[in-house]
Design a protein around this ligand. Structure first.
Ligand code: CQM
Ligand code: MG
Length: 351
């Protein structure tokens, strides 16, 4: 497989385009909050919502009707100027239409040329392979040069096709712009021909049955996680590439408990955040993707017990060593980031 040389991997893909980042900005992205930019009433909420979330995403793709694509794009550009994104630290992203759609070129060119200074991340849907990232990479570089941007716009891919799943490692490694990957459970289920119309979460048919009982009594069965393999492989691909994995949408807006459970499964498997489709999912993502205060305190005890990160120590009967020190570092560093943005959690982590 042809690979760029390490030195060429970080070369700008257009004369005048900003230098690609060698290290990603360290941010908390516990929830990526989706906004339909064509709805005036919802768009008007952005200045009030922005301080309360980690990322606001102007959605131009699915859930935006074909006859509202131009209005959504114009709304996204308006959103770019509704808040001090770069100054106040809330991420401003946009999900553009698929690369083969009639809207992709206008989405990307107008966003970069008219909102590139405020835009942090372009979310690319239905990514089939590294070639999609390569194409978008050079196209955006050309536009960045034209717009005179000094900071590169990053990419976030959605994992929502069977081919994309089979190439997820190559997608994660395809460009210095890659910032993360989200699971897209609806399109991926359709492409895999999974027999579910749900957007994330479990399914009552997906279970394991215990062995038959001699007395013929009823056999217990337990529902299993449909998304375990997919999320775990996405996490491995992302962490191998030094980027973050995210759980995508949970579609059953009315079922807050199942949403929390799906987010919690993803958090435990290594995801950095999830999408919030509705205001009632924002606090769930905040609660789940912020480290638990007791876990933070225990993690800090591990770091204190082994200041240089090597050796062995016993804490509350649990063996700690170089590996658990690294696990503790992940939790403690995340807690510091969350505390900087969230005074309530800062107090919980330090009392
Ligand atoms: C589901 C919907 C229609 C219910 O919208 P609603 O208005 O019927 O809900 P509501 O409960 O009546 O709304 C209560 C209040 O919240 C507001 N509100 C409602 N939503 C939002 C929001 N997002 N942000 C900010 N405010 C919101 C709404 O305007 C209302 O305000 P009000 O009290 O002042 O009247 C609405 O929440 C919505 O459109 N959410 C975004 C859906 C979306 O973006 N879907 C696409 C992403 S998932 C996907 O693409 C799949 C994937 C990855 O591709 C793949 O797996 O393949
Ligand atoms: Mg989709």
């Amino acid at each position: 497989m042809s690979q760029k040389t390490p030195r060429n991997f970080f070369k700008p893909l257009a004369i005048g385009a900003p230098e690609p980042m060698r290290d990603l900005p360290v941010k908390i992205e516990r929830m990526i909050h989706f906004v339909p930019p064509h709805l005036d009433k919802v768009r008007a909420k952005v200045p009030d919502m922005a301080p309360k979330v980690d990322v606001i995403l102007a959605n131009l793709e699915d859930a935006i009707p074909a006859d509202a694509k131009d209005a959504a794009r114009a709304g996204a550009i308006e959103m770019a100027n509704m808040y001090d994104w770069q100054g106040k630290g809330t991420g401003f992203w946009s999900r553009v239409n698929p690369l083969n759609s009639p809207w992709f070129q206008d989405d990307v060119s107008e966003l970069v040329l008219k909102a590139g200074h405020q835009l942090d991340v372009i979310m690319l849907p239905k990514v089939e392979g590294p070639w999609d990232i390569h194409f978008a990479d050079q196209y955006v570089a050309q536009l960045e040069a034209k717009a005179g941007l000094t900071r590169p716009i990053l990419f976030h891919a959605i994992l929502e096709t069977a081919q994309g799943m089979s190439l997820v490692e190559e997608i994660a490694l395809a460009s210095p712009r890659m910032q993360g990957i989200s699971l897209g459970p609806a399109d991926l289920a359709a492409d895999r021909k999974m027999k579910t119309t749900r957007v994330g979460g479990g399914h009552p048919f997906y279970r394991v049955l215990e062995d038959p009982h001699a007395d013929g009594s009823e056999r217990a069965s337990v529902q299993q996680d449909l998304w375990h393999y997919t999320i775990a492989r996405m996490v491995d691909a992302c962490r191998m590439a030094g980027i973050n994995a995210f759980y995508g949408p949970f579609g059953d807006i009315s079922d807050l408990d199942a949403c929390e459970q799906q987010f919690r499964n993803a958090f435990l498997l290594g995801c950095a955040g999830a999408w919030s489709l509705h205001p009632n999912q924002i606090d769930i993502a905040k609660r789940v993707f912020s480290p638990d205060p007791d876990e933070v305190k225990f993690a800090r005890r591990i770091l204190e017990a082994m200041p240089d990160g090597t050796g062995v120590a016993m804490l509350d009967g649990k063996m700690q060593d170089d590996a658990t020190w690294k696990q503790a570092k992940v939790i403690a560093d995340l807690a510091d980031l969350v505390a900087a943005k969230d005074p309530d959690l800062a107090a919980a982590y330090n009392n």
